[in-house]
Ligand binder design. Sequence first.
Ligand code: AMP
Length: 411
Amino acid sequence: MSFKDLQLIKPILKAVEASSYVEPTLVQQRSIPLILEGKDVIVSAQTGTGKTAAFALPILQKLYDKQDAPKKGKKIRALIVSPTRELAVQIQQNFKTYAEFTNLTSLVIFGGASIEPQIDVLKKGVDILVATPGRLLDLHKQDYVNLDYIETFVLDEADLMLDMGFIDDVKKIERLCPENKQSLLFSATIPNTIEHLTQSILKDPERIDVTPTKSVAKDVSQVLYYVPKRNKIELCLHLMRNTIEGNVLIFRRTKYGVDKLEQTLAKNGYAVNSIHGDKAQSERQTALNKFKNGYVKVLIATDVAARGIDINELDNVLNFDMPNIPETYVHRIGRTGRAGHTGKAYSMCSADEKSYVKAIQNAINVQIPVETEHPYPLDPKAKPIVHKKQGSKYKKGRKSEASKKKKKRWY
Ligand code: AMP
């Protein structure tokens, strides 16, 4: 199937071509016709499947087709609500790219950033607004956002939205929009709470399931290291010096853990940045941009900060802490191995995290291959390899294939 087969109009096709997309992804093939028809949809798809274009392209097309309506001052006609600032920024960037050959405009608003520039653009008028819930309600309350003209309402990463406690805000926002709007809900997983939400905000929705919710992308190779908790930092450094090649996104469960690891890696000479909820928005965006542009090869993040962010050509994901929810594991490692690239997912499991691994393996129905050839085995019976600090020289005969690879410096 081609994008032309999806009845997309010329300015949109031109943008798709400029983005070098050859054919629509599965979620695009299934969502675009329904959205163009005006149906409400609930789509279960993870980031990396092309889901942003799946709603952005038909929304732009519909807005473009009806463009001659209001002449004086643009009214917000499409609203996309996203749980995190990073994701909101990314969605708006996509809209900007796909709208290049139209005169449709978009704006992203989010908390933690100065409100005035956002107000200035709102005053001029935009067609598409991408927003995080808090800032949206704030600006609506101050009368800078008018939702009376919304034709399409999108709830993205709905499951994360609920996990983050935004349910009441989401319902409130939905009620502020006109009743006859089209509503689209995208979510990586569809738990019962989402089912309830869809009943209250979607009208007779079509359901699209693109990926089984707990499936792991086939282009990601996984490997598991059992390691005592106290040796995780050493193992992390060992992997970075000997095994991991290219850039790496490291996940930690807590903000404190992120900061601590960032300090340790920086002390060891790595150019490293981090993102988590306590950082200022500008800091998070700078860190993300530096990582995306390749200036920094190591980014450490909490799940909430990293969820949904799209990093082209992410080579590796390292689970420094094992996630206690299987879906989180799937989301984390789904950051790599996207759009035809192969990726690697490394996981470090300490004794207290073994039950998490069991739950993950049950959920994904895959036994994650275990690498025992490393200097810090958890099993005391396994003979530890003598590790010389900073030296990367291990006893002859115990060196893994990966550790034989030429050391790759990132700084
Ligand atoms: P998303 O799931 O929206 O986060 O998209 C993941 C990545 O896939 C983004 O970098 C998009 O630019 C890219 N993408 C979206 N649609 C296509 C397509 N049809 N062909 C190739 N790449 C695509």
